[in-house]
Design a protein around this ligand. Structure first.
Ligand code: GLU
Length: 295
């Protein structure tokens, strides 16, 4: 695969109509790639086969083309990458860094709330910080349990990386609190505020975090452009990159587009769907203006 100096991607999940927030993200990434003389890739994030639909994928292609965007074909679909996810999971398993977890959400919440009643459990970018219930698993067998939820033992992961004093990534956009430049964080922060993240969901064989890290590296992505809602998750991605000895791209987190009430757009509200704007005769420039991009 050819490596460019600037290679970015837009990575939607085909689970609903793209809205103005997606339009902003995709057009911004495309603009940045164009002005850097780099490449803009499209990746379909369809690991959740219970929610992904071919018709939404077709809508994605149609809407993005209507916005004037283009990308190299064929596009990468995460559903075609299960062998890579499986290999990575087996590798973490062999290193005894992951463990099967049978807790459901309720169990986790109850155990996480138990030590100090009345104090809310810490919630990180992968949900409630895992209280450790299943962590002491004895890794007898070589094979990964095929349909289990698998979690990364974050303490062991840090140890296997030699307990570095800090991790970091370069932020060219802004985090939700204006964070930019070199973003540094410590193993303790990761352990306390993020914890044992899920690397494979039961029956899925992977998780968003694992797939995104492996695929960004596989596609040679140098710049990740995405919403500020994923800023904290980037810390997870940096740790996974280190565990797999993969490069850390530069990140560009952008503001989120909101509706007239100031609420973040979501797929279930299709009021701000790109398609609606286009059907009502909006031009690409109208849409660019609506999301605050220069025509
Ligand atoms: N599939 C993710 C989403 O739709 C994209 C995440 C990313 O850009 O890393 O939110």
């Amino acid at each position: 695969m050819k490596r460019d100096d600037f290679r970015t991607r837009f990575a939607p999940s085909p689970t609903g109509p793209l809205h103005l927030g997606h339009a902003y993200s995709a057009m911004l990434a495309h603009d940045l790639a164009t002005s850097a003389g780099g490449a803009f890739l499209l990746r379909i994030e369809d690991i959740d086969q219970s929610r992904a639909r071919k018709e939404w994928e077709d809508w994605i292609f149609r809407d993005l083309k209507a916005l004037g965007l283009s990308w190299p074909e064929p596009v990468l679909r995460q559903s075609e990458r299960s062998h890579a996810y499986r290999e990575a999971i087996q590798d973490l398993w062999n290193r005894q860094l992951i463990f099967p977890c049978t807790c459901n959400r309720r169990d986790i919440l109850a155990a996480a709330s138990a030590p100090q009643e009345g104090v809310d459990p810490t919630v990180g970018p992968d949900g409630v910080v895992y209280p450790g219930t299943c962590r002491n698993y004895q890794h007898g067998q070589f094979r990964v349990p095929p349909v289990a939820t698998l979690r990364l033992d974050m303490r062991k992961a840090m140890k296997s990386l030699g307990n570095p004093t800090t991790f970091s990534f370069q932020e060219q956009g802004q985090g939700p609190n204006g964070e930019s430049g070199l973003i540094a964080f410590t193993p303790d922060e990761i352990i306390d505020q993020i914890g044992d993240i899920v690397v494979a969901r039961a029956g899925m064989g992977t998780s968003y975090h694992l797939s995104v890290v492996l695929d960004d590296a596989f596609q040679g992505i140098t710049h990740v452009v995405r919403g500020q809602d994923l800023f904290e998750a980037t810390k997870i991605h940096v740790v996974l990159q280190k565990l797999f000895d993969l490069p850390t791209p530069v990140y560009h987190h952008h503001r989120l587009i909101r509706d007239a009430q100031g609420k973040r757009l979501a797929k279930r509200h299709d009021a701000e769907a790109i398609r609606k704007y286009l059907d009502h005769g909006a031009t690409v420039d109208d849409i660019r203006q609506r999301v605050g991009l220069r025509p």
